[in-house]
Design a protein around this ligand. Sequence first.
Ligand SMILES: Nc1nc2c(c(=O)[nH]1)N[C@H]1C(S)=C(S)[C@@H](COP(=O)(O)O)O[C@H]1N2
Ligand SMILES: [Mo]
Length: 396
Amino acid sequence: MIHKLFTWIRVQEPFNAEPPRAALISSYVTPVDFFYKRNHGPIPIVDDIERYHVSIDGLVKKPVQLSMADIRKLPKYNVTATLQCAGNRRTAMSKTRTVKGVGWDAAALGNAIWGGAKLSDVLELVGISKLATVTSFGGKHVEFISVDKCKEENGGPYKASIPLGQATNPEADVLLAYEMNGEVLNRDHGYPLRVVVPGVIGARSVKWLDKINVIQEECQGFFMQKDYKMFPPSVNWDNINWSTRRPQMDFPVQCAICSLEDVDYVKQGKITVAGYAVSGGGRGIERVDISADGGKTWVEAQRHQKGSEPYVSDDMNGDKWAWVLFKAVVEIPGNAEVIAKAADIFCVILLYGQVDSAANVQPENVADIWNLRGILNTSWHRVRVINALQIANSNL
Ligand SMILES: Nc1nc2c(c(=O)[nH]1)N[C@H]1C(S)=C(S)[C@@H](COP(=O)(O)O)O[C@H]1N2
Ligand SMILES: [Mo]
């Protein structure tokens, strides 16, 4: 049993922490205490809730200011969504070559039930209709501006944007959330109000929301333009040209073993390997494969939270933003490399009701996707197990 409040502090100021990986697989919904915390500046205190409001401004007919009461008046939705930092598994990438950023193990993510108003409903209050991709004033992006202050923004607030078409699409489930797992959102996670953009890297889910701006071009903030972009291994700090890439949005398919540490001691024989698999963009997990012999042979893992159901549920929209927890029993031959890899599935309903689907798989080696900021390490997750009995005998 792991102590309730045990987490790894990765940086004290600004505060960054993740739970031990084993904590993640103890429940489908991650308890708030175990949910990773990722901050770029000091955590602000918003205590005068009577005076707190969010302004909606920019390329809209009539700007408004919304109080918490106004937001709570809108229909409330509960969306189960996994939030994952783009830097998850960065430490493993830095073993290939040094990268810049907070050193995360494999637990810079969590799965929560977010409660709040849909952004598509909120935008209707300023006359922007559902599914609109451009406003009558030329607005094409929705920018979220926070209360906090970050040194990367020269003391200005953290900010990010998403395309208007995603913001106005009720099915994209973008929320202004005031609850997490049925409780009032706490300070660490954005009290009183945060954005949750399901299926997208955590960086776009702005906490401590202050302003929403409808703008023509995407947000020009540091974290959109000078960070969280994916570069090839050939790009270094002396030849980087940030303007050549788009800001990263959807998360690619990811999975990790959580029942074992990077190097672990086990007894020879059968063991249960457990972990999580998740993909961005609402793509479900089709399959997770486990190898206990460095990739020579594989077994298919079972979905773990709901018995042995297949990964693809009949209801294509059920929990489409959430991870699946998996487990598999494998035979450990002795010293071994245990690997987990996942495939996602993207279903598109075509005209006349036909369903088309395509799967993405994870890259085999971390070196192939090395990038200077150490983001999106979605390579096959490999852990080394050492035969505990052998060690014990050699010590005799
Ligand atoms: N205002 C603000 N919002 C923010 C951040 C931040 O530093 N300030 N960090 C972002 C990043 S990079 C991630 S991964 C998520 C983390 O959310 P959590 O701390 O609730 O887990 O929040 C995002 N929203
Ligand atoms: Mo992040």
